[in-house]
Write a protein that binds this ligand. Structure first.
Ligand code: FAD
Length: 461
């Protein structure tokens, strides 16, 4: 079907004002938070499940690719229209439909911004813990598509742990409902969880019922600076084995600190410290104060030369400044930044950091290292110039070596960002051939015509 006919059909389904097809619109939707691009035929801003269903029926019939899109903050190139087709923007489906205080659930449309949901539930004393650093932009649909994690993962888990039920439009246009408000349910295969992290390749989430928990009453933090990386990493085992469960333990290496200092001048010990650790604690105010003191004591005992404590949310927020600006601060240091996302067993974090540094030197890239060290999630921030052909050629080799290192240490090339386009060549390194074949078969069952976010996750055959 020619482009003009597809656009005309889409306008009939979604209304003229909800279909975009000018070159400017195409440019705006050509990429996500990566630098990779694709060119769509048209963009549909869906306002209802009926529109999503009709668009899928048309696309399936005409064999036109469809890329579901939330805020487009994917850093795996999961939301780019690599094979053209229709970009289905879900951000106008942004209603919080219900906050059920008795069952502690929220039912939302996919375009609800993560931060808006968090604010709404916190107003009634409830808590939605998944907190990707993009939470002020990212949507619940995108979080479900990529099984987003975040800082609070150590204590509270990731998006997967909060998805109870879904409404999903299949590639055929049929609408299914999975799960519900119940916390326990064993009725055959768990399709709700199959959808989480499927990167928009199996179905389009048009409604989600999410589990909420009581809001922690207070928050505190400890910041500790170490001259040796090994001592810094010991904070994790020492704190966790002491009986304290922080919601996060984060790390910033020297390069991160240098970039943050150049940006904010907040007095980080750039000269002396090899790493700074942040421990985040929450719960009852008295317990928080006590655990902050204990965690600070542990840090001193294992060699921290500077330790700062915060026993209430306001102070904790201030202490947290350095960690919260790291991506922006490091990003200023080069034209482009690739955020890597390795997951390793906690015991292997130091080795992963060292290997990543060596690989940076080997390939001639500056790499700043941060991450959720408490759950083994290391984020190397690779600085480069996408206009430099040599760097562009070397970058995939460096990324592959980092992925291989994570796998050899017993981990994964993606902890929370997904595979998308960026890491699809690494899938065979991380998963067995039979496992990948089963995944491909699942994709074929849901999407026999391969129209939904095609080319993502799987390497070309
Ligand atoms: C500065 C920055 C910091 C970040 N920090 C984190 C972090 O701490 N933790 C983390 O996990 N990620 C992080 N990310 C990555 C990204 O923000 C997350 O993956 C987020 O969940 C994407 O949400 P989104 O709404 O932007 O989705 P998009 O980028 O639009 O889409 C993400 C994927 O989900 C699919 N999708 C979108 N909507 C739907 C839907 N309704 N149904 C089915 N599939 C859908 C898309 O096709 C795509 O494959 C960060 C990104 C940036 C730019």
């Amino acid at each position: 079907m020619p482009k003009s006919e597809i656009v005309a059909q889409l306008e009939k389904i979604a209304g003229k004002r909800n279909v975009l097809s000018t070159p400017e619109d195409m440019a705006a939707y050509s990429t996500d938070a990566t630098w990779l691009e694709g060119k769509a035929v048209a963009i549909v801003c869906a306002e209802s499940v009926q529109v999503v269903s009709e668009v899928m029926k048309l696309a399936n019939h005409q064999r036109v690719p469809v890329v579901p899109r939330g805020a487009g903050t994917s850093i795996a190139a999961g939301a780019i229209p690599e094979e053209g087709g229709i970009v289905l923007d879900l951000t106008r489906m942004n209603k919080i439909l219900e906050i059920d205080q008795v069952n502690m659930t929220a039912t939302v449309e996919p375009g609800v911004v993560t931060a808006h949901l968090q604010e709404a539930v916190e107003r009634v004393g409830l808590f939605y813990p998944p907190d990707p650093a993009s939470f002020k932009q990212s949507t619940i649909g995108g979080n479900i598509g990529s099984n987003a994690g975040g800082m609070r993962g150590l204590k509270y888990g990731v998006t997967r742990d909060y998805v109870l039920g879904l409404e999903v439009v299949l590639p055929s246009g049929e609408v299914i409902h999975t799960g519900g408000k119940v916390l326990k349910m064993v009725t055959g295969y768990n399709l709700t969880q199959l959808m989480v992290g499927s990167e928009g390749t199996l179905g389009i989430v048009t409604k989600a019922t999410l589990r909420l928990i009581p809001k922690p009453k207070s928050r505190g933090a400890v910041m500790a600076a170490f001259t040796r990386l090994d001592d810094a990493a010991r904070v994790v085992t020492e704190v966790l084995s002491s009986g304290i469960t922080p919601f996060t333990i984060e790390i910033l290496d020297k390069v991160c600190m240098e970039c943050i200092e150049a940006y904010l001048h907040i007095g980080l010990p750039v000269e002396e410290a090899e790493a700074v650790i942040f421990v985040g604690l929450d719960g009852d105010p008295q317990a928080v104060a006590q655990e902050v003191a204990e965690a600070a004591q542990i840090c001193r005992r294992i060699g921290a030369f500077r330790v700062e404590e915060a026993t209430n949310p306001e102070e904790a927020e201030k202490l947290w400044t350095a960690r919260s600006v790291v991506a922006g601060a490091v990003g200023r240091a080069a034209p482009t930044m690739l955020v890597e996302d390795a997951s390793v067993p906690r015991s292997a974090v130091v080795e992963m950091v060292r290997t990543t540094r060596e690989l940076g030197k080997k390939y001639g890239f500056v790499i700043a290292i941060t991450g959720h060290i408490g759950d083994g999630n290391v984020h190397p921030l690779i600085l480069f110039d996408s206009g430099d052909p040599k760097q562009v050629e070397l970058l995939p080799q460096l990324a592959r070596d980092i992925a291989t290192a994570a796998i050899e240490l017993g981990g994964s090339p993606s902890a929370e960002h997904g595979i998308g386009v960026f890491k699809r060549d690494f899938l065979p390194l991380a998963e067995e051939p039979k496992t990948i074949e089963l995944m491909r078969q699942i994709k074929r069952v849901f999407d026999p015509n391969n129209i939904l976010n095609p080319s993502k996750i799987f390497p070309p055959q």
